[in-house]
Ligand binder design. Structure first.
Ligand SMILES: C[S@@+](CC[C@H](N)C(=O)[O-])C[C@H]1O[C@@H](n2cnc3c(N)ncnc32)[C@H](O)[C@@H]1O
Length: 254
């Protein structure tokens, strides 16, 4: 499909697809790549009647931080799909480490295809994946089809402050989209400023260190790695100042 690599790069804040082969190296020290497993878990516990039969689909699961925590804490089955083989390998290792390899299935795939094949889930998750599946309306429409009637959708995204930021819809725009796509907003959990600052500092330290190592090892590509540090910094600033990171729990109403 057109643009898969461009969107993949963008989903991990890389400006150029030339960075794709280096992303596993740059992100090797991190497990969580965007969403807060704890916030997702809290929302599920509060609103969703979970049993051992509950099936969860984690689309673009990254290194499996959300999937593994949910399988461990809820005891239900989770399928995670991501396009980067190194991330899937890492997720499989983590599932073993946490003793939930029997509950987790991790596979390599393009979620543009998986979302059209996977069906009958109780909960579908799209955490910090941006516009890989399209704009919010297209995304919710596709996610809804993977779930049962009355199934749940968890999305980690951001509210823009006003309509000048074309990358992020405002809260009002998201609410209109929920209405149009037939989903009910059960709860929205904003990421707290303290959590965000701590996470950003930690992630930033690791990423800058790995980018500097690559700059030394491959000086001819120094601009590429410097660009990655810059775009990460810009995204952290944006999250701290311009947009509100939010985890949304939606329920499909028909
Ligand atoms: C910011 S990370 C979030 C990972 C995970 N959901 C989390 O919150 O920890 C974005 C993820 O989207 C994945 N991705 C981007 N495009 C994809 C596609 N077309 N199919 C599958 N995964 C994709 C990337 O490989 C990356 O792991």
């Amino acid at each position: 499909m057109d643009g898969v690599n461009e969107k993949l790069a963008k989903s991990l804040t890389a400006e150029s697809t030339d960075l794709i082969p280096f992303l596993p190296y740059l992100l090797q020290d991190l497990w969580e790549l965007g969403s807060s497993p704890r916030d997702m878990l809290d929302l599920i516990i509060k609103h969703v009647p979970v049993t051992k039969e509950t099936r969860i689909l984690d689309l673009a699961c990254g290194k499996g931080a959300v999937s593994v925590v949910l399988a461990r804490e809820l005891g239900c089955r989770v399928k995670g799909i991501d396009i980067l083989p190194e991330f899937i390998e890492f997720a499989i290792g983590k599932a073993k480490e946490w003793g939930v390899e029997g509950l987790c299935e991790f596979t390599i795939g393009d979620i543009n295809q998986s979302v059209r094949k996977e069906r009958d889930y109780d909960i579908v998750i799209l955490g910090a994946v941006g516009d890989v599946l399209g704009d919010p309306e297209e995304t919710i429409t596709l996610l809804k089809k993977t779930g049962k009637t009355g199934g749940y959708i968890l999305i980690d995204d951001g509210y823009g402050q006003d309509e000048t930021n074309s990358k992020y819809h405002t809260r009002e725009q998201w609410l209109e989209i929920f209405e149009k796509t037939g989903v009910r907003l059960m709860e929205e959990k904003a990421i707290s400023d303290g959590d965000l600052a701590d996470l950003n500092d930690e992630q930033q330290r690791y990423i800058v260190q790995r980018a500097n190592e690559l700059k030394e090892r491959l000086p001819e590509k120094a601009t590429l790695f410097e660009g990655y540090i810059q775009s990460q910094q810009a995204e952290w600033d944006e999250l701290e100042n311009e947009i509100m990171g939010v985890t949304l729990l939606l329920q499909s109403s028909h």
